[in-house]
Design a protein around this ligand. Structure first.
Ligand SMILES: NC(=O)c1ccc[n+]([C@@H]2O[C@H](COP(=O)([O-])OP(=O)(O)OC[C@H]3O[C@@H](n4cnc5c(N)ncnc54)[C@H](O)[C@@H]3O)[C@@H](O)[C@H]2O)c1
Length: 414
C-alpha cells in the first residue's frame, strides 16, 4: 500500500502499516523529505525510531517521488497538509493536487482513503466525482473512504495506535475495505454512516478544543477580576465526574491544527451564509490572544513609567507547547513580535531552543542563565518539564501567561 504525503502524519502511519506486515510505499513530492527519512533525520517518537530502522532494512518499505508508483498498490492513504493562507482561508492546493494524483493513477481494485483534515465534502469533490468521471463505480470496482487522523506528535501516552479511528466510506463496501487497511493503525475503529460524517467529526473535535481554549482564557480573566486563581477553580470544577472537561488558559494556541482546522468549517459556512457566532468569536479570540498578552505586558511596564522603547522584557519559553523544540506557529513568537513592534527590548530563555528569528527584532539567542534583575518584566509563555526555572523567584515583576509558575515578587494578572 502507499501513503501519499510522508510528513508528521504519513511517516508514522507508514511505519504502523509496515509493522503490521504490509509492504509500504511512501510517496511524497519532496525529494528532500524522503532523503531525510532515509537518513533517519526526522521528528519521531522514541518508539517509532526502531520501527523506521526496521522498515528501512526490511526491503518492504520504499520511498519515491514517482507518482506513477501509485498504480501498483492496493490502497492509497492520503496525508498531505491542509493549512490556511494569510487571510485564514483554507489553502487546498496540496489536498487538491494529491487527490488529483490518486485519481489519475487509480486502478480497479484499489482502496483510497483520505485522512487530511479538511472541509466537509472534500472526499466527494476531489475523489468520488473525478473517479466517476474516469468511469469507476464507487463501492464496486474501487473503494473510497475518509478517516481523519488524530495523531498528536510528541505525545507518547496517546500514540496513534492507542486512539480509536473514525471511518466513513462512500458505501458499506468502501467502509469495510478501508477498515481492513486501518485496523493495523488503531486500537479500535468507529464507523460512521458517511464520508461527510467522518469529515465533520474531525472539525467537531478540533473546533471544540479551540472554543474551549478561548473560553478558558476568558474565564481566567474573569477569575482575575474576582481575585480568584483560575487554575484552582478549573481543578475544582474538574472533580465533577460528568459534564465538565478541564481546559487551561495560556498565552495562545499554537501548532498546525487547533488554530487552523476550524477555518475548514467556518469558511464554507460563511460562504453559505450560515451563522456560527460562537466559533467565529472563539477563533477571533484565539487569533488575538498573543497580541493581548503582549499589550498587557507593556501596560504593566507602562504603568510603572517605563516607555515601551525602554521596556526590557524577558520572555520565558518560545516553543509552541511544553516539551517540544518546535517553534513554528508558536504564540510566544507572536508575543515577541508584538513586543518588538511596540519598540520593547525582547530577550528570551528557552532551554530547548538556541535561537529564533522574531519579526521586527531579528535573530535572538537563548539567554541560558537569565538574571531577572536585568529586566523590567519577566513574561512566562512556556515552561518545559524537567528544566529548572528557579530564577523566576527573583523576578521583581512577573506576568505568567501559563498560570503554572509560582515565581515573581510582584505577580501581575493577565
Ligand atoms: N501533524 C499533526 O499533528 C496532525 C494531527 C492530526 C491531523 N493532521 C492532519 O494531517 C494532514 C497532514 O499533516 P502533516 O502534519 O503530516 O503535514 P506535513 O506538512 O508534516 O507533511 C505533509 C507531507 O505531504 C507532502 N506533500 C505536499 N503536497 C503533496 C502532494 N501533492 N503529493 C504528495 N505529497 C505532498 C509534503 O512534502 C510533506 O512531506 C493535515 O491535514 C493535518 O491537518 C495533522
Amino acid at each position: 500500500m502507499a501513503v501519499l504525503g510522508m510528513g508528521y502524519v504519513g511517516l508514522p502511519t507508514s511505519l504502523a502499516l509496515r509493522e503490521a506486515g504490509f509492504r509500504v510505499l511512501g510517496v511524497d513530492i519532496s525529494e528532500r523529505r524522503l532523503r531525510h527519512i532515509e537518513a533517519g533525520s526526522v521528528d519521531l517518537l522514541d518508539r517509532d525510531r526502531p520501527r523506521l530502522t526496521r522498515a528501512l532494512e526490511s526491503g518492504q518499505f520504499g520511498l519515491t517521488t514517482d507518482l506513477r508508483a501509485l498504480e501498483a498498490v492496493d490502497a492509497v492513504l492520503i496525508a498531505v497538509p491542509t493549512p490556511v493562507d494569510h487571510d485564514l482561508n483554507p489553502d487546498l492546493r496540496a489536498v487538491r493536487s494529491a487527490c488529483a494524483s490518486a485519481v489519475e493513477h487509480a486502478r480497479a481494485g484499489q482502496t483510497l482513503i483520505l485522512t487530511s483534515t479538511t472541509y466537509v465534502g472534500t472526499t466527494r469533490d476531489l475523489l468520488v466525482e473525478p473517479l466517476r468521471e474516469r468511469g469507476f463505480t464507487i463501492g464496486e470496482d474501487i473503494h473510497v473512504a475518509f478517516a481523519p487522523e488524530r495523531i498528536n506528535p510528541g505525545d507518547a501516552l496517546w500514540e496513534q495506535a492507542a486512539v480509536p479511528r473514525v471511518i466513513g466510506g462512500v458505501t458499506s463496501a468502501c467502509t469495510d475495505a478501508a477498515a481492513a487497511v486501518l485496523a493495523a493503525t488503531a486500537s479500535k475503529l468507529h464507523v460512521v454512516s458517511s464520508v461527510e460524517a467522518a469529515e465533520f467529526t474531525k472539525l467537531q473535535e478540533n473546533t471544540f478544543r479551540a472554543v474551549n481554549l478561548a473560553f478558558a482564557n476568558e474565564m481566567a480573566a474573569a477569575a482575575g477580576f474576582y481575585g480568584v486563581d483560575p487554575v484552582e477553580v478549573i481543578d475544582a470544577a474538574a472533580t465533577k465526574p460528568y459534564g465538565y472537561l478541564p481546559h487551561y488558559p495560556g498565552p495562545g494556541v499554537g501548532g498546525h491544527c487547533i488554530p487552523v482546522d476550524p477555518y475548514y468549517l467556518l469558511t464554507p459556512l460563511r460562504d453559505a451564509g450560515v451563522a456560527s457566532p460562537v466559533v467565529e468569536n472563539a477563533m477571533a479570540s484565539v487569533a488575538g490572544r498573543p497580541r493581548s498578552v503582549a499589550d498587557r505586558a507593556l501596560d504593566i511596564t507602562g504603568s510603572r513609567g517605563i516607555a515601551d522603547a525602554n521596556a526590557r522584557v524577558l520572555l520565558v519559553g518560545v516553543a509552541y507547547k511544553p516539551g517540544v523544540e518546535d517553534f513554528r506557529e508558536s504564540p510566544a513568537l507572536q508575543i515577541a513580535g508584538r513586543l518588538a513592534a511596540r519598540g520593547a527590548q525582547v530577550s528570551y530563555h528557552d532551554p530547548l531552543i538556541a535561537e529564533v528569528e522574531v519579526e521586527g527584532a531579528g535573530v535572538l539567542h537563548n539567554v541560558a542563565a537569565p538574571d531577572p534583575s536585568q529586566y523590567d518584566l519577566v513574561l512566562v509563555a512556556v515552561v518545559h518539564p524537567g528544566h529548572s526555572y528557579e530564577y523566576l523567584a527573583d523576578a521583581e515583576h512577573l506576568l505568567d501567561a501559563t498560570y503554572k509558575t509560582s515565581g515573581g515578587k510582584v505577580r501581575h494578572a493577565l
